[in-house]
Design a protein around this ligand. Structure first.
Ligand code: COA
Length: 170
């Protein structure tokens, strides 16, 4: 299984993926039972340059999972869906890891996921990713602050520090 960021050219694959979700999965993914028309409008509105749409693919290049990171200067919402026959195989976790890495590299300070309070799979996925979960009424809010990526110090600087440490000890 591979994950990669999708482009505008793959909009129809995203549309087909969401349209194939059952009524219950649509409710879980969008916190609302979206009609086919509403899903098409939603996918038409995705801006692939501002949203990060991460896809999981199996060997035959078939799309088996999708994760989204919404635009946001500091805080961004994430969302996940895995094809029903491919669940509980770690694909959701791989998409979560990929999206967290992407959010960090884009400089986002905080990510959040909103899901229905009875969505055990999403709750576990969020908890395993170190997110704090708060439940209010029928919805749950998972959030996590992200550490900024600090550029690695040049190797010579590290060696110099170690050397000076050695000198101090001697
Ligand atoms: C939520 C979802 C993306 C998880 O995808 P997945 O590929 O099954 O996730 P993983 O296999 O990586 O499992 C992640 C964790 O959830 C747990 N889990 C998955 N499905 C579960 C279920 N039905 N019941 C209980 N736990 C479940 C796994 O055991 C794992 O926990 P662990 O690491 O502590 O063992 C998937 O269930 C899905 O697409 N659901 C419909 C859409 C949805 O609910 N989206 C979330 C709202 S945005």
């Amino acid at each position: 299984m591979d994950t990669r960021i999708l482009t505008d050219l793959e909009r129809s694959a995203v549309r087909s993926f969401y349209l194939a979700l059952s009524t219950d999965d649509r409710r879980k993914r969008f916190c609302s039972t979206l009609s086919d028309d509403a899903i098409c409008k939603y996918v038409d509105g995705l801006d692939f340059t501002r949203h990060t749409i991460l896809g999981a693919f199996e060997e035959q290049a078939e799309l088996i999972g999708l994760a989204e990171l919404a635009p946001g200067a500091e805080e961004s919402e994430m969302a996940f869906a895995v094809r029903p026959d491919k669940r509980r195989l770690g694909i959701g976790t791989a998409l979560m890891d990929g999206l967290l890495a992407r959010a960090r590299s884009c400089g986002r300070k905080k990510v959040l996921v909103i899901f229905l309070a009875d969505n055990t799979a999403m709750r576990r996925l969020a908890a395993r990713a170190g997110m704090l979960i708060r439940t209010e009424g029928g919805e749950a809010y998972a959030s996590r602050e992200l550490q900024a990526i600090v550029a690695a110090a040049p190797e010579s600087a590290g060696r110099g520090a170690a050397e000076s440490g050695e000198r101090e000890r001697n």
